[in-house]
Design a protein around this ligand. Structure first.
Ligand code: ATP
Length: 218
């Protein structure tokens, strides 16, 4: 049974924190592949400052180039309307019958699951692989799951809970690099060097498109 990981995000732009997250999860959970899925129309981050989907996808392709086990999945571009994770996961389950699917998210995302469209039901579709940093976030996740009985999570070992669907919520310690896409955008606006904060191909490409990118991020 293939073990597949899916990492959704806006990737505006992709940075090394995203790539490391995908690699750490692949290793910790023995995933055969992790696909990074850029949100075509993120429901929570609409409006200005968002690079066009095609450019975010191009940058992602450059970021994973040559890295075994990582790939980019552009499926959200094919669906009209807001890109809800529920719809994406439903489609992924249909496309990969019998696969062991792990949806990757940060602890911060998990404790806001009730705000997502059909968020508390996501566990009926896939395992939830939740990144925590040096155990930070573990207590918050445990408290959240205890406060939300509708998720039906039963402790199943350290940092692991079983859901009624048979899927698990599993915490994985990921050394979080203290960077975000907002931080990258801010540095780019200032004209600061982005070396080692974004993959080399990404740095080269956004620098080549500097005026177009600045117009969007300013
Ligand atoms: P922004 O600053 O625009 O909110 P972001 O980089 O924090 O951007 P996304 O691109 O949507 O956000 O992130 C996609 C996923 O990657 C999310 O699950 C997020 O928790 C995770 N992530 C983002 N930055 C890091 C990082 N530095 N280390 C580990 N995980 C990260």
């Amino acid at each position: 049974m293939p073990k597949l990981g899916f990492l959704g995000g806006t990737f505006n732009p992709v940075h090394i924190g995203h790539v490391r997250l995908a690699l750490e999860m692949a290793e910790a959970l023995s995933l055969d592949r992790v696909e990074l899925i850029p949100a075509a129309r993120p429901p929570h981050k609409r409006g200005e400052g968002m690079l066009p989907f095609e450019l975010r996808a191009e940058l992602l392709a450059l970021a994973v180039e040559g890295i075994e086990g990582l790939a980019v999945n552009l499926m959200e571009a094919e669906r009209p309307g807001p890109s809800y994770t529920w719809d994406t996961l439903t489609e992924l389950v249909r496309l990969h019958p019998g696969a062991d699917i792990h949806f990757i998210m940060g602890a911060v995302d998990l404790v806001n699951l009730h705000l997502w469209r059909r968020g508390p039901e996501l566990g009926t579709l896939a395992n939830l692989a939740v990144s925590t940093r040096d155990s930070l976030g573990r207590d918050e996740v445990a408290a959240y799951l205890a406060d939300h009985p509708e998720l039906g999570c039963e402790p199943a070992g350290p940092g692991k809970w079983l859901m009624p669907s048979g899927n698990c919520v599993e915490l994985v310690d990921v050394p979080r690099l203290d960077i975000s896409a907002s931080f990258i955008r801010e540095r780019f606006r200032r004209g600061s060097n982005l070396r080692y904060l974004v993959p080399p191909g990404v740095e080269g490409h956004i620098n080549r498109l500097r005026s177009q990118v600045l117009e969007i991020w300013s």
